[in-house]
Design a protein around this ligand. Structure first.
Ligand SMILES: *Cc1c(COP(=O)(O)O)cnc(C)c1O
Length: 228
């Protein structure tokens, strides 16, 4: 067994345990392996261990690896990094999902650049919940107008929301933030019944995210080790 395979098994067990604790079905939590800065060779080890969903942050780096790994059937690539307008075409052409849409301009470009002959691009809005320092993410008062806009884009499919809550060692505070995201997710679901994705939880806060209703956890370090 490769080291990556061992780590993947550990993470899957943690997902299982967190779901059991929260009385949730583990099948409803997707593991997204975040492979930014990691080589195609290491990603291949994860693929050989059965991993299918991969998340990348840097367009150029990602596209190179997607091409190197193109012989693997059924890989699902997710773009999760900040989006510059001049990179939208490469995202529209190479990814199945994008989690980090935070403004209309980007949604509009992705919609225009997505090939209408393939399946629509799955989209999560990146939201900036209160108490967050990072500048990326749509503010709470603009979420529904952006969601409406995306919902009207033919080549995009609105799937849910993504967030990166500010790091804190305070477990209560982490739970509180995750719970507000879950509330927001439910509001979005009421308006758009197809919404099924709450992308939250990373290596250092996965159990709390799952307890609060995450349906997709984005795990890098716990699978591939520290990044340089
Ligand atoms: C890097 C990154 C992750 C993974 O973080 P880890 O702490 O290594 O698990 C998840 N989500 C986003 C948006 C990232 O940029």
């Amino acid at each position: 067994m490769t080291e990556i395979a061992t780590k993947l098994t550990q993470v899957q067990k943690q997902i299982h345990d967190a779901c059991n604790q929260a009385n949730r079905d583990p099948q409803l939590v997707t593991l997204l392996a975040v492979s930014k800065t990691k080589s195609a060779q290491l990603i291949q080890q994860a693929i050989d261990a059965g991993q299918r969903h991969f998340g990348e942050n840097y367009v150029q780096e990602a596209v190179e690896k997607i091409q190197q790994l193109a012989h693997n059937p059924e890989l699902i690539w997710h773009f999760i990094g900040p989006i510059q307008a001049n990179k939208t075409r490469l995202i529209a052409e190479n990814f199945s999902w994008v989690h980090s849409v935070d403004r209309e301009k980007i949604a509009k470009r992705l919609n225009e650049q997505r090939d209408p002959n393939i399946t629509p691009l799955n989209v999560c809005l990146q939201v900036n919940i209160s108490g967050e320092q990072s500048k990326s993410g749509v503010n709470q008062d603009e979420i529904f107008s952006l969601a409406d806009f995306i919902n009207n884009c033919k080549q995009l499919r609105l799937r849910g929301i993504m967030a990166i809550p500010e790091k804190t060692d305070d477990t209560e505070q982490r739970l509180h933030r995750f719970n507000s995201l879950f509330d927001l997710y439910q509001q979005l679901q009421q308006r758009y019944p197809d919404v099924d994705t709450l992308s939250m939880g990373m290596s250092n806060d996965m159990p709390e995210a799952i307890a609060s209703g995450s349906t997709m956890v984005r795990i890098g370090t716990a699978i591939f080790g520290k990044r340089d």
